[in-house]
Design a protein around this ligand. Structure first.
Ligand code: C2E
Ligand code: CA
Ligand code: CA
Length: 553
């Protein structure tokens, strides 16, 4: 019989501890831990550890008690008990003089809370806290499993990379709270259309990745992508805001399981990028040529970035001639990249600069350079010429565009009435109200606006009236076949009439022949620009051209 002091000590152990005799019956216990919940009959069970092992292994070979008795060594088990939760059972032989154990000590630790915490941590480590979807770590894990399964069972597998279109705008304008709510709704809708065997995870921000196992036919992934696009048909709602969203989806498929998870994910990402490039709200299935295009695009972007750092850009200017007086009245600045002999035409890099956002610093440099050049000519005694600068859509869309222009005018010292900004219809249509506000603000300072490439865009009369424009530039593709192409003749004639009725001047681009010139002059087109007068030239050549086009005698 243990002494009282021993009992006191025994009771301080927070786990349930018991001493069993050779039959497994409890001869002593502390009733701590889960022992507090044990009723007397349980203690009578022989062998007692059956109470925890649910009797499945007791008294079989795997029985903890038997193992200690037979092998004279400590044994340990972890079990998930239906009533007591997650338990760790430890049993030790209590031997006397190294002879047969006469007693077995049993210690039962309640690991339920520990396990729960562990599971919570696991979930945290593998799930996105906002949407509760698997995160990147778990996605990659499932992806590797899916690939090896697909390989083993010779099945197809697809990955869909979904990115919301223009989500950043929502986040920036309506706040993160709204953005987060939208992301949760997207997660719910995605789960709603997927099968249980599919995995949907949130990679980061507004990027979701879906693993679709058990792909049977080549079109299966395309059908799924269509279903995913369709979840955006109904508007989303958050804190009083209702908004329409769309997404771009890239699909990568594996039919032989040759690729690893990272490679598949990269392919899906590239295809998603292609879907975005084509305007979004669609899916694209990865193919090899896409990778080549993307590689080239990234290479070009890298070169552009470096070119900006190293001042590899310069400007040429092309004269604009008053067709009535034959005087040079304006110059359009055109950007060039590289050595003048081996220079890259803007058609090859402006679009990429737009897509990557590099057009913003580049465009800023162009505007500054053009304004400074205008001031230099004037200081050299030249007349006050109108300097026309092309502004890209992305540059025009900057919230502080007007401020930037004003700042450049001030720092360069160019008189605002000598600056003309050429913008395209699509740049205006992106946000008509803001465009009108920006233009009015700059117009008040004396800055002029020309609508570039007119005829190839919307050519919408409705908004033309509300815009503070001074000129329309007829795209050179309509001038090229004048006066022979009757369609172009009709179009140019009506553009000229339209411009006249709105009080706008017209500039015909790309005049290369005398025939084009006389046709346009006859129709009272006011201004001409093209190789017939001059190609774009370096600033040093402008004084000579000013003499050449000093006006009809
Ligand atoms: P754009 O604004 O329509 O510029 C006129 C283009 O027509 C220029 O090509 C010019 O060299 C060319 N051109 C002028 N006269 C003739 C002609 O008689 N025949 C022919 N065949 N072509 C003629 P460029 O310099 O290659 O520029 C192409 C486009 O690149 C421009 O079209 C404009 O959209 C863009 N771009 C050029 N410079 C800039 C710039 O500084 N900023 C921005 N954002 N875009 C620019
Ligand atoms: Ca232009
Ligand atoms: Ca043009």
């Amino acid at each position: 019989m243990p002494s009282e002091i021993f009992q006191l000590f025994f009771d301080t152990i927070p786990d349930f501890c018991a001493i069993l005799d050779e039959t497994g019956k409890v001869v002593h216990a502390n009733f701590q831990g889960i022992g507090r919940n044990l009723a007397e009959p349980a203690l009578q069970t022989v062998p007692f550890c059956q109470t925890f092992c649910s009797g499945t292994a007791c008294p079989g070979q795997d029985c903890l008690f038997q193992e200690v008795l037979l092998h004279h060594r400590a044994a340990i088990r972890e079990i998930a008990h239906p009533l007591f939760g997650h338990l760790e059972l430890q049993a030790f032989p209590l031997t006397k003089n190294n002879s047969m154990p006469v007693r077995v000590a049993l210690r039962v630790r309640d690991l339920t809370a520990v396990k729960q915490a562990e599971q919570r941590l696991q979930k945290l480590a593998h799930h996105d806290t906002l949407t509760g979807l698997p995160n990147r770590a778990l996605l990659m894990d499932r992806l590797e499993q899916a690939i090896s399964k697909a390989r083993r069972f010779k099945r197809g597998l697809a990955i869909l990379f979904l990115d919301l279109d223009r989500f950043k705008k929502i986040n920036d304008s309506l706040g993160h709270e709204v953005g987060d709510m939208i992301l949760c709704q997207v997660a719910q809708r995605l789960q709603g259309v997927l099968r249980e065997t599919d995995t949907v995870s949130r990679l980061s921000g507004d990027e979701f990745v879906i693993i679709c196992e058990e792909l049977k036919k080549f079109d299966d992934a395309g059908h799924l992508a269509e279903k995913l696009l369709a979840i955006f048909r109904d508007p989303f709602q958050a804190i009083g805001h209702t908004m329409h969203l769309s997404s771009s989806i890239g699909v990568a498929q594996s039919f032989i399981g040759g690729e690893d998870g990272n490679e598949l994910l990269r392919q899906a990402d590239i295809a998603m990028y292609e879907a975005k490039r084509r305007g979004g709200n669609q899916f694209q299935i990865y193919c090899r040529s896409m990778k080549h295009q993307v590689d080239q695009a990234f290479f070009l972007e890298e070169l552009l970035r470096r070119g900006l750092d190293r001042n590899e850009f310069f400007l040429e200017f092309q004269p604009q001639i008053d067709l009535r007086t034959q005087r040079l009245i304006g110059l359009e600045s055109l950007v060039r990249w590289g050595e003048s002999t081996t220079c890259v035409p803007p058609g090859m890099f402006i679009q990429r600069a737009e897509e990557s956002g590099l057009i913003v610093p580049l465009g800023e440099w162009i505007l500054k350079e053009a304004c400074e050049q205008g001031v230099r000519w004037h200081q050299q005694g030249g007349p006050n010429l109108q300097i026309a600068v092309n502004i890209s859509a992305r540059q025009f869309a900057q919230a502080d565009f007007a401020d930037r222009v004003i700042h450049i005018l001030q720092s360069s010292g160019l008189d605002p009435i000598n600056l003309e900004l050429e913008i395209t219809e699509s740049a205006i249509m992106e946000n008509v109200d803001r465009a009108i506000a920006t233009m009015h603000r700059l117009k008040q300072l004396g800055i002029q606006f020309a609508l570039d490439d007119f005829g190839i865009g919307y050519s919408s009369l409705k908004y033309l009236r509300n815009l503070p424009l001074s000129k329309l530039k007829i795209d050179r593709s309509f001038v090229r076949e004048l006066p022979f192409n009757t369609g172009d003749v009709k179009l140019v004639t009506s553009i000229l009439a339209l411009a006249g009725s709105f009080g706008l001047k017209t500039v015909a681009e790309g005049i290369e022949t005398e025939k084009q010139l006389s046709f346009l002059t006859r129709l009272k087109c006011q201004i001409g620009q093209g190789y017939l007068f001059s190609r774009p030239v370096s600033p040093a050549a402008i004084p000579g051209l000013l003499q050449k086009f000093a006006g009809a005698a």
